[in-house]
Design a protein around this ligand. Structure first.
Ligand SMILES: [Zn+2]
Length: 159
C-alpha cells in the first residue's frame, strides 16, 4: 500500500482509513468472489491518498482518495448515489456512528478501484464494470456494505 497523507492528517485519522481499506480488500479478495487477485497483491497494488481539504473522495484504477473532513466533523450519515440511495443494503443511511459513515465512503471508493483495476480480468465483471455507478460497481459495493460496513453498523447500534 502506497500511502500519501497530507501534512494535516493525524496519525489516528490515517490509521482508521487504513483499517477500513484493509477490511474491504481482505473481504473482496476472498476466493468466493473470484477476483483475479489475492489480498497481499491487492494491498500492494493500491495507492491511497488521504486529504483534509473538504473535497469529494474519489477513485480510479490506481487507487483511492479519501477526504477526512466529514469524519472530522463527526458526520453521521451515509449519502449515496441517487440511483441506489433507497436500496436497503447499499443505500443512504442516517444516524450511524461517524466511523461507519467513513467506512462506507472507503467501501464505495474501494468498489470503484476494484471495478476499474480488476473488472476487465474478472469474469463476472467483464461485461458490466465500465459504468461508474452501474451494475458491476453495485455488485462489488453490495459485498462490502453487507459483509464489512453494515455488519459493524448493526453490532455497534445494539451494544
Ligand atoms: Zn462513486
Amino acid at each position: 500500500m502506497n500511502i500519501r497523507a497530507a501534512a494535516d492528517i493525524a496519525a489516528k485519522e490515517r490509521q482508521v482509513v487504513v483499517k477500513w481499506i484493509k477490511r474491504c480488500l481482505r473481504e473482496v479478495t476472498k476466493a468466493a468472489h473470484e477476483l483475479p487477485v489475492d489480498y497481499p497483491t491487492a494491498r500492494n497494488d493500491i495507492t491511497v491518498t488521504i486529504k483534509g481539504a473538504g473535497h469529494r473522495s474519489s477513485a480510479c484504477a490506481k487507487g483511492i482518495t479519501i477526504d477526512i473532513v466529514p469524519f472530522r466533523k463527526q458526520q453521521t450519515h451515509i449519502l449515496e448515489y441517487p440511483a441506489f440511495a433507497a436500496d436497503k443494503v447499499i443505500g443512504s443511511r442516517a444516524n450511524v456512528p461517524a466511523e461507519i459513515a467513513l467506512a462506507a465512503t472507503v467501501a464505495h471508493e474501494i468498489s470503484h478501484f476494484v471495478q476499474y483495476r480488476y473488472g476487465p480480468d474478472t469474469r463476472w465483471l467483464q461485461r458490466r464494470y465500465r459504468k461508474p455507478h452501474g451494475e458491476g460497481f453495485q455488485d462489488i459495493y453490495r459485498i462490502l456494505r453487507s459483509r464489512v460496513v453494515n455488519a459493524h453498523a448493526e453490532s455497534s447500534a445494539t451494544s
